[in-house]
Design a protein around this ligand. Sequence first.
Ligand SMILES: [Zn+2]
Length: 150
Amino acid sequence: MQNQASVDCVFCRILLGNAPAHVVKQNALAVSLLDINPLAKGHCLVIPRRHVPWWHELSPEENTALFVLAQETAASIMAAYKPDFVAMYARGRRIPHTHIFLVPTAKGDPVDRHFNALEGFQEAIESLAHERDPQVLAETLDRLKSSDSK
Ligand SMILES: [Zn+2]
């Protein structure tokens, strides 16, 4: 596969054993670890072993391994800290190596407020109002269905 480990990538350095990490769980294609700058106690990251910026560029096998490990890690977070649930989102921009955020969250905490603000933003921005129009939604659906890559 392409995407060689990058010496500039902290996650690749961790995976090569060249940087410290608090590994929580691992499987053949993915590793979960504590975020060293947590948004909440128990905040973990799940990373593929291969250096790929975006989760949707991983192979189906890598995505399966990544999301299975995310589920297993979330179960540990739920058992240990008993949040309302474990929020998930994927990044790859600031560190160009796919990383899924697993953040335990409860009503009113910083993560809950962040996503509530994002939803408020989504509904309040005038330039996005056009996107809610039924005709625009129908066109979007047609475009996505006709762009199926398989
Ligand atoms: Zn990397």
